[in-house]
Design a protein around this ligand. Structure first.
Ligand SMILES: NC(=O)c1ccc[n+]([C@@H]2O[C@H](COP(=O)([O-])OP(=O)(O)OC[C@H]3O[C@@H](n4cnc5c(N)ncnc54)[C@H](O)[C@@H]3O)[C@@H](O)[C@H]2O)c1
Length: 381
């Protein structure tokens, strides 16, 4: 097995999920490559050292430029706030590194285009971490659609609901709350949560061609954790949009951080001419499936426990025994496994930067539509 040295930039939530995935992947997947946790990067030297010790990184770096330009690093993994993705990814591409970048790809489409140009010019493997595609039940839904089990698709609807910013006392900016600061996040729930729903939807159901959206910022001013001053809030707290897909189906999407009682309720439902499927992140190993092709007296929603082996259920033959489930963390293990498999085969691994640019375009169109109060078309590149 050839070793590939990983340089991890950021040691927060995603730094941990990705580090865990690199550590697990060779124990469960038969791969040509072995990721090695080589260097962790962060500005707080004590915190990054503690992270490196906990996860087994052999060195620490304070400046991401040093990590990106180090000849010891093969894979640059970008797990920092959204406003840093473009600069780091472009520098990493120029340095010839493989790149795994957290979502959303960028702050906006213009930045995303520069990132796509950089990785394509350099010819480096690249992947954006829309990890929900790699939950077995979500991947099974994609297989059922591709096999034509749903027939013509009429409707796609998705929600991503949270409740952690309802209090006006939650600050914006700084560690932990950078998501509320437009300068660090680019947008609110649209880029943070709906980007996941849009990625999954376009993967399963094809391109979104036009959107009509509304957004709201319920708390207009918040204390900024860095400046210490009350500042206007520039992000969308909630977003609802409807859309058309290229295949003629209609879409309906909603996201908010003001849905009291919901921590991370990501759900989707797809209705086709022969059946429907629905999925719920809170019960992520189950796929609900209704087949109109069943005899009438037996028709009803089935709840598939997506844990079978033998290739019936994506990824599951790599884990325990049928009936025993896996969870959120394993979607990141699948992501690394798929990435390293694609690197070995010298093939792209979706969602590439170019695939993620399509999601960025939908996000930008959603925000433009909400600002103008108008329908916005999304041109094919
Ligand atoms: N795929 C998913 O499901 C998912 C979930 C959460 C977050 N994300 C994405 O992951 C990225 C990181 O989010 P998070 O939740 O891990 O955030 P976090 O706040 O938990 O961690 C961010 C890390 O970036 C570091 N950082 C900030 N500026 C830096 C700099 N200049 N140089 C080096 N390090 C710096 C911080 O110190 C921290 O370690 C974001 O782009 C976010 O959208 C994706």
């Amino acid at each position: 097995m050839k070793k590939l040295n990983v340089g991890m930039i950021g040691y927060g939530f995603m730094g941990r999920t990705h580090s865990n995935a690199y550590r697990q992947v060779n124990a469960f997947f038969d791969l040509k490559y072995q990721p090695v946790l080589k260097a962790a990067c962060g500005r707080n030297s004590a915190a990054v050292k503690a992270f490196a010790d906990q996860w087994g990184y052999t060195s620490c770096v304070a400046d991401w430029r040093e990590l990106v330009n180090s000849p010891d690093i093969d894979i640059v993994d970008i797990c920092v706030p959204n406003n840093l993705h473009a600069e780091i990814a472009i520098a990493a591409a120029k340095a010839g590194k493989m790149i795994l970048c957290e979502k959303p790809l960028a702050m906006n489409v213009a930045e995303g285009r520069r990132m796509v140009a950089a990785v394509e010019k350099a010819g480096v493997p690249n992947l954006v971490s829309f990890n929900y595609r790699r939950v077995p039940a979500v991947a099974l839904a994609k297989r059922l659609i591709d096999e034509g089990k749903l027939g013509r698709i009429f409707h796609y609807r998705a929600n991503f609901l949270q409740d952690w910013t309802i209090s006006p006392d939650v600050p914006q900016g700084g560690a932990g709350t950078w998501r509320l600061d437009a300068a660090a996040a680019g947008s609110g729930v649209t880029g943070d949560l709906l980007a996941h729903c849009i990625d999954t939807a376009q993967w399963q159901n094809g391109a979104i061609t036009g959107v009509n959206a509304m957004t709201e910022t319920f708390v207009k001013e918040r204390l900024h954790a860095v400046s210490g001053k009350k500042q206007p809030v520039g992000i969308d707290d909630a977003c609802t949009f409807f859309c058309r897909f290229a295949n003629g189906s209609l879409g309906n999407f909603e996201s908010t951080r003001y849905a009291c009682g919901h921590k991370a309720l990501y759900t989707f439902e797809i209705n086709g001419e022969h059946g429907s499927i629905r999925w719920d992140l809170h019960d992520l190993h189950r796929l609900e499936w209704f087949s109109h092709c069943d005899p009438g007296r037996e028709r009803g929603w089935r709840s598939l426990h997506v844990t079978d082996h033998g290739g019936d259920h994506p990824y599951m033959e790599h884990w325990w025994v049928p009936g025993l489930q896996i969870g959120y963390a394993e979607s990141f293990v699948h992501q690394v496994a798929d990435f390293l498999t694609a690197v070995a085969a010298k093939k792209p691994c979706s969602p590439t930067f170019r695939d993620a640019l399509q999601t960025q375009k939908v996000c930008e169109a959603v925000l433009a539509s909400a600002a103008k109060g108008q329908w916005v078309e999304i041109a094919a590149e």
